[in-house]
Design a protein around this ligand. Sequence first.
Ligand code: IMP
Ligand code: MG
Length: 173
Amino acid sequence: MAEVSLELLIAPELLRERVEEMGKRITEDYKGKEPLLIGVLKGVFVFMADLIRFIDLPIKVDFVWASSYRDGTEPGDLEVEVINIPVKSEDVIIVEDIVDSGMTLKRISEEVKRMGANSTRTCVLLDKRSRRKVEVELDYVGFEIPDLFVVGYGLDLAGRYRNLKGIYYLKSP
Ligand code: IMP
Ligand code: MG
């Protein structure tokens, strides 16, 4: 693959601070409950691992797999695995790394509601609001970002860069 140049967008310390705030908000909002966090793989795994350690409540954690980007920066057909998680009567928080068109999150959150969750909220680290194609309600948002393709902190370009500690955007040459 051709080399790409990466520019820092969100530094690791800033990510840590914001994720801590999000975890504390969830802790306050769900006092007395035991929410079920469902992460959307694969990109969410780093964010999810950090977020749950800032939630001071009994929680449950599960994952679904979804994919729309084949091997580049242009989305293809959305594939979402059949949700095989018992969500009935659960207070579900769907956790995503980034919302772009909104299709993935909308599809999963409708499915979770249809399956009889007691409540359904969404929690996303990055919101690329200007790219939205379908309306989807976001309850917890880390950062709103411009229309850039970003990698790092779990996010990839064709499988690469997930292990970077900050969020970087691809700079066109
Ligand atoms: P949506 O269904 O269009 O909202 O796409 C959301 C999914 O596309 C995210 O969960 C990511 O996996 C992927 N995605 C969207 N934008 C980016 C990006 O800038 N970098 C890496 N992955 C992205
Ligand atoms: Mg994702």
